[in-house]
Design a protein around this ligand. Structure first.
Ligand code: NAI
Ligand code: MG
Length: 398
């Protein structure tokens, strides 16, 4: 079989380190691939005025699979000030290259698994009856609609007349907001389409079926946000009834779900939500299994087969210049395992996951976050593993 080509996009800051270490792990696990480097991130914004150059888009179009580290984004003023002088007059506006990738390739399915590793000192614990301590085993996969909803970008401040007039046709707008001068009005829309709502739901049910999860939970707010959340839940009921009668369908409200998170996280299996609530609930669950050093994600388009795999964390600029890198590479390694699953290299993925699980369970090699230290340059002297040492430990278990 021909070797795969993977587009590796280190991005900024610690993105570069965790990606390099992850590729070492992939090599050691026997995954044979060629890597081409895709430019992305702050450096390219500053130098070229575009954090997502067309050449990178072309590489992904050609090879379909991207492994992505993390990027740095900065506020408007900094974005302007750090632009190369010759670009400053061009009226360029910074926009996130990750959102750019999602939109360009229609990566509408975002998947974020949150699984407890036994022996991880960061695992959530709670009090049980008679003052006992319980450590629930979380095994949840969040399916987040990735392209629509509140992050769809359809928004205005001081909306154009046509938009304002259209809003005024809604009795509730007229009643509750007519008092507000148009110039003082900001509107962000929450658009759900039937096509993509159905797609995220089907992806969630299909995953539950394939991996034996007993339930799919729609985590929205259909009692209040009746049109969009309501549509998602109604479609979920239809899909479940018709095609997945063996899988239970649960319905939780995002606010209550966040409260229940610490009460019974072990009861949930697959969770599906729109863009923003999916973002919230996945961060909530990630907190129970070790936080940013462990949170991984996949985003893909099931039609084109294009997928980008990345840890949830950012570029952590304050750690980027440490002579010895201290950050935890596991989130990136786990993201690479999701890539392997996606391209049907499940055996390699399982091998790596098993190695990670062994390292965590053994507890001899732990990065600073796992030791609950503040992230300072001297953590390695104090007994924490460096990024490289953690990767070495995983490789040793392979
Ligand atoms: P961050 O995720 O980069 O870092 C927050 C804190 O989490 C760090 O200071 C560190 O204490 C911890 N942390 C992050 N990754 C870790 C790891 N692998 N191991 C151990 N500890 C880890 O978020 P922050 O500081 O809010 O943003 C920094 C930059 O990253 C910003 O420019 C932001 O825009 C960008 N960002 C990029 C994302 C992406 O590329 N997907 C996501 C989030 C933020
Ligand atoms: Mg987030």
């Amino acid at each position: 079989m021909a070797k795969r080509t993977i587009v590796k996009m280190p991005g900024d800051g610690i993105g570069k380190v965790v990606l390099d270490e992850t590729i070492r792990v992939l090599d050691a696990a026997g995954f044979e691939a060629d890597y081409v480097e895709g430019d992305i991130g702050w450096e390219f914004w500053c130098k070229e005025g575009n954090p997502l150059p067309d050449r990178t888009i072309k590489l992904i179009e050609e090879h379909k699979i991207g492994l992505f580290g993390a990027i740095t984004s900065k506020p408007k003023d900094a974005a302007f000030n750090e632009l190369a002088p010759e670009l400053k007059e061009k009226g360029l506006v910074y926009s996130s290259p990750i959102v750019g990738l999602r939109q360009h390739f229609g990566l509408d399915i975002c998947m974020r698994p949150c699984r407890t590793y036994k022996g991880n000192p960061l695992n959530f614990i709670r009090r049980g009856p008679n003052n006992t301590i319980e450590e629930p085993e979380v095994d949840v996969v969040i399916f987040r609609q990735n392209t629509e909803g509140l992050y769809g970008g359809v928004e205005w401040s001081n909306p154009p007349d046509q938009v304002y007039e259209a809003l005024m046709t809604h009795p509730k707008f007229k009643k509750n907001f007519e008092w507000c001068p148009k110039e003082e009005l900001s509107v962000s829309t929450r658009i759900f389409t039937r096509k993509y709502t159905e797609r995220i739901l089907r992806a969630a049910f299909e995953h539950a079926k394939k991996y034996g999860y007993k339930s799919v939970t729609v985590c929205e707010k259909p009692n209040v946000i009746r049109e969009t959340s309501g549509m998602m839940y109604k479609l979920a009921q239809e899909i479940q009834k018709k095609d997945y009668p063996g899988i239970a369908l649960w319905n939780t409200n995002i606010d209550a779900q966040m409260m229940w998170l610490t009460k019974n996280p072990e009861d949930y299996g697959v969770i599906v939500a729109g863009n923003m609530f999916g973002d919230i609930v996945s961060d909530g669950f990630a907190g129970l299994i070790g936080g940013l050093g462990f949170a991984c994600s996949a985003q893909f388009n099931p039609e084109s087969g294009i997928g980008v795999f990345e840890p949830t964390h950012g570029s952590a600029p304050k750690y980027a210049d440490y002579e010895t890198s201290i950050v935890n590479p596991i989130a990136m390694v786990e993201s690479a395992c999701m890539m392997l699953d996606f391209i049907n290299e499940n055996k390699v993925a399982e091998k790596i996951r098993k190695a990670v699980a062994e390292v965590v369970a053994e507890g001899k090699v732990r990065t600073y976050d796992m030791m609950k230290m503040a992230g300072r340059p001297d953590v390695v002297e104090k007994g924490a593993a460096s990024t490289q040492q953690m990767a070495d430990a995983i490789i040793a278990k392979l």
